[in-house]
Design a protein around this ligand. Sequence first.
Ligand code: SAM
Length: 248
Amino acid sequence: MNDVHGKEQPRYEQAGTAMTCRSYAEYAAMFDLVEDSAALQGPVLDVAGGASSFTAQLCDAGVDAVAADPRYALPPEQMLREAEEEIRTSTAKLEAVQEHFEWSYYGTLQHHERMRQESLKRFIRHYRFAARTEVYLPASLPNLPFADNRFALVVCSHFLFLYGDPFTVEFHEQALRELIRVCRSGGEVHVYPLISLPHFHAYPGLDELLERLLQDEVEVSRVRSRLPFILGSETQLVLRKKAGSDIR
Ligand SMILES: C[S@@+](CC[C@H](N)C(=O)[O-])C[C@H]1O[C@@H](n2cnc3c(N)ncnc32)[C@H](O)[C@@H]1O
């Protein structure tokens, strides 16, 4: 099968969920977050945060930010080992299919790898020394340990839509409802990307799934992402919780 440029489509094998470590800059680009926007004043929640340094950088800037991921039950040394291993294996996998990606953001594979290493360093420092149990919560979608209507901004990078089994369409519907539940009215839930491995195909059935969400509670839109990398993956999902729709 061929990609949008007529090249044979890349295949990116992934057994289970990887634990990646994207940086604040990558999150800001992928979710098109504007530095002094009201949403980034917090509270902010990063779901499936993995070893990303997004939350660490927000906390360092004094923003009320937390992250949730089942792996936050793990001690720092194990997180570090897993994340370092993921940088090595993902770099090797990317090298084999690099001509299928758009490199204007990262420049080179080497720079992509260095960004991940820098981001991991920042995450681990924070994970080790911050009040870990207050900032990094072990939790799995579709159930989050947060009160209704708490966050001004909820982000989920590279988890939903990306993995097939065992995450069903029903799982995705429940997960999106949970992200909306913890978002406050006037706040936003951002999800990226909207494609699935191994072939980076658009997530099948996304339109039907979005139609099932409570449209009187959220405004659903697909908004341009500013992180060109995966071809055919230029949009993020933004769910804006309508004013007055806080759960009581
Ligand atoms: C590819 S990583 C993404 C990490 C980070 N968001 C980033 O973009 O670099 C996917 C993460 O999803 C987490 N995960 C797996 N199952 C989950 C679940 N049911 N709910 C929330 N996160 C989950 C994994 O532990 C892993 O850290």
